[in-house]
Write a protein that binds this ligand. Structure first.
Ligand SMILES: O=C(CO)[C@H](O)[C@H](O)COP(=O)(O)O
Length: 272
């Protein structure tokens, strides 16, 4: 067992760490919630709260990827229509680009708009330190580039993503984007580091999942991780490993939709 892993089985999360946000629930009509299960409703509420609290007129906004972000884009489009907001949206994936266009939002790019006011994105797991695992949808590289150029990264998620330590609820492993030509030697190195790497396969296509950047994804299980920063440094030192799904000390706030219909937030701890 390496230094970044944790032997004991930690609690999944401590709700006392979270503070309640008063979301104007009246603004979310039953029509919008209709047909959504509890998890989808939680995603929607978190997304709406984040867009309402963090997007302002004249901003450049990073648009993350995944199912929760769909609700954020819908809310943003509604606010743009209702409030005449002028917002430029920077996508983190092909999916995000499509969402921006389908919702008739203004599409920008990092070269034309290199400084973002805020990026709003989902996560696969969020620790009590507000560290995240992302990349369940395979978009981690562009998501990290966009987030790293934003003044604020705001995470939106449902209650199932909350964990004290990374690796305690997300059991599919840390998504790693790798150059296709060398995925085998990279997987051998990951095994030597104590990980259990699996090449992610596509769902509706024969063969591996190919990212928007033409790379492969290797999901590597390292167990519960108490020191993900140390592990990330080791991973990034492997030639051909392009990026990890660790988003450490990046987010400033997370919005969690809860089972009871409330939205709770977690702020980043003071960082050096
Ligand atoms: O990192 C991501 C895609 O690469 C997503 O943000 C993450 O997988 C969460 O997705 P969802 O909102 O569908 O739960």
């Amino acid at each position: 067992m390496r230094g970044y892993a944790c032997r004991r089985s930690p609690r999944k999360f401590s709700l006392k760490l979270f503070s309640v946000v008063d979301v104007k629930m009246a603004e979310i009509s039953q029509e919008v919630l209709q047909g959504l299960d509890t998890v989808a409703q939680a995603k929607l509420r978190a997304a709406y709260a984040a867009v309402d609290n963090h997007v302002k007129d004249g901003q450049v906004v990073g648009i993350g990827s995944g199912s929760t972000v769909v609700f954020a884009v819908q809310r943003l489009a509604q606010r743009v229509r209702d409030e005449n907001l002028r917002v430029i949206c920077i996508p983190t994936s092909f999916q995000a680009r499509q969402l921006i266009l389908e919702n008739k939002l203004v599409l920008g790019d990092l070269n034309a708009n290199p400084v973002l006011d805020v990026a709003i994105d989902g996560a696969d797991e969020v620790s009590a330190q507000l560290d995240c695992i992302k990349g369940g949808g395979g978009c981690l590289l562009q998501e990290k580039i966009v987030a790293s150029n934003a003044d604020q990264l705001i995470i939106i998620a449902d209650y199932s993503k909350i964990a004290d330590y990374l690796g305690s609820v997300w059991k599919k492993g840390v998504p790693l984007e790798v150059i296709a030509d060398c995925y085998v030697p990279i997987m051998r190195k990951l095994e030597k580091m104590g990980g259990k790497p699996v090449l992610r396969m596509a769902k509706a296509k024969a063969g591996p999942c190919v990212t928007d950047n033409g790379n492969f994804i290797v999901d590597c299980d390292f167990g519960v991780m108490q020191e993900p920063a140390k592990l990330e440094q080791q991973l990034l030192s492997i030639p051909g490993l392009v990026e990890t799904g660790f988003f450490l000390q990046m987010a400033v706030k997370a919005y969690f939709g809860m089972q009871d219909g409330s939205v709770k937030t977690l702020d980043a701890p003071a960082r050096q």
